[in-house]
Write a protein that binds this ligand. Structure first.
Ligand SMILES: [Mg+2]
Length: 401
């Protein structure tokens, strides 16, 4: 089997999203995905990676991962690593199809056949509208949308109802980010007393409404400096949160280690880290209790399963990211099935119930707050007919001469 063609696909109205297809001479296609800077990733894929891969055996995944290690941007989740992540996912998908086995079987087999999901309380259009420099523009959250799962607006306005709605659907945990607006105000350098109280109040209202029937993860999007993160963390201790996520930027491992030592709440980091070399530093410094991985950013399943194994060696659980795209979610689910130290899978019910369904077929089944091990070959997803017919779809192709 040889790689014959590599395609990248970008939708005009989802400019951050990149899908990638690798097609073989036997007519089998693997699907990959990544997020942010889609045009830069496409340029990398077609000028650097595709010329190397065309004509090669798609099943030599480790060899390709090593050959594509960039000379620049190697210790990051920059365009090269995001492109390699999308390629690696597509290659694993192809392997699953070649051997008629689901991705988690290809990764080394299952540790479980279902896992609890928690809901990330984003709205339907969260992260959709524009290419952004950073999450630091998260005041512009994609707008308020009509629908039962407008969960971002709900955690700000009616957190009690939101918590009850999640419990009714079987969720046992929820993730919110009520301090982001306050971070915008002073560039994350200081929090006004009333903003601190307003953020705390949202957590208090959830606890008051439903008690301990739901776990709460606090997302902070790396917006705070260390002293302010400590202030917020100290106030949140009484609520026994599941974790504090990305309170400070994960490029300061020392700050994360200091925060971990400071608070009794578990520190979670970080979907924003690329490659196992960064995770090694995080683990060596004992800087996080919960290790978050995004397979579309860290280097793909090849890198992610090594990160998961390394975290296990350091007695840390891993949890896989979702919020950016359906392939990311599905691959996270497969690694959650494989990795013995997986704890909870992230999902975004607003996305899962709406646009994920528009762009792909074959989403993993979520029932009563649990996601089941997908049984289709590969990761199980394929791009939908609707997506392919979308007039705003840009397709770029590199093919065998
Ligand atoms: Mg996060």
């Amino acid at each position: 089997m040889e790689i014959k063609e590599i395609r990248t696909l970008i939708l005009n109205d989802r400019p951050n999203q990149l899908w990638l297809e690798i097609e073989t001479d036997e007519g089998v296609t693997g699907l990959g995905e990544t997020f942010f800077g889609a045009q830069s990733v496409a340029a990398y894929v077609h000028t650097v990676a595709a010329p190397h891969l065309i004509g090669k055996n798609p099943l030599d995944i480790e060899g390709h991962a090593r050959a594509l290690k960039p000379r620049h941007g190697f210790r990051s989740n920059g365009a090269e690593i995001r492109g390699n992540s999308a390629i690696d996912i597509a290659l694993w998908d192809l392997m699953g199809k070649a051997f008629d086995a689901p991705l988690h079987t290809c990764l080394g087999g299952a540790s479980r056949n279902e896992i609890a999901v928690y809901n990330t309380c984003a709205g339907y259009n969260y992260l959709k509208p524009s290419v952004r420099l950073a999450q630091a523009r998260s005041l512009d959250w994609g707008g308020t949308e009509q629908g039962p799962y407008d969960d971002l607006q709900a955690f700000l306005d009616t957190p009690e109802d939101l918590a009850r709605s999640l419990i009714d659907e079987g969720y046992t945990a929820m993730k919110i980010w009520p301090f982001d607006r306050a971070a915008m105000k002073h560039g994350g350098q200081y929090i006004d007393r009333e903003d601190l109280e307003a953020g705390i109040d949202i957590v208090r209202r959830i606890r008051k409404a439903v008690g301990d029937r739901i776990g709460i993860m606090m997302e902070c999007h790396s917006l705070w400096n260390l002293p302010t993160a400590k202030r917020i963390a100290r106030r949140l201790e009484e609520f026994d949160l599941e974790w504090l996520e990305d309170m400070v930027r994960p490029d300061d491992i020392g700050a994360l280690a200091e925060l971990s030592a400071f608070t009794s709440t578990p520190i979670c980091a970080s979907e924003l880290m690329g490659t196992r070399h960064n995770y090694r530093d995080l683990l060596e410094a004992r800087a996080a209790s919960v290790v978050m991985i995004d397979l579309t950013w860290c280097g793909g399943p090849t890198e992610a399963r090594k990160i998961a194994a390394m975290a296990d060696t350091y007695s840390r659980p891993v949890t896989m990211h979702d919020c950016t795209g359906p392939v990311s979610f599905a691959c996270g689910v497969h690694l959650s099935m494989h990795a013995p130290n997986a704890m909870l899978q992230e999902m975004t019910r607003a996305h899962y119930s709406s646009w994920y369904r528009d762009v792909v077929d074959g989403l993993p089944l979520v029932e009563n707050g649990r996601v089941m091990a997908p049984q289709s070959p590969g990761h199980g997803l394929s791009l939908s007919k609707g997506l392919r017919k979308n007039p705003g779809l840009q397709v770029q192709v590199t093919r065998q001469e």
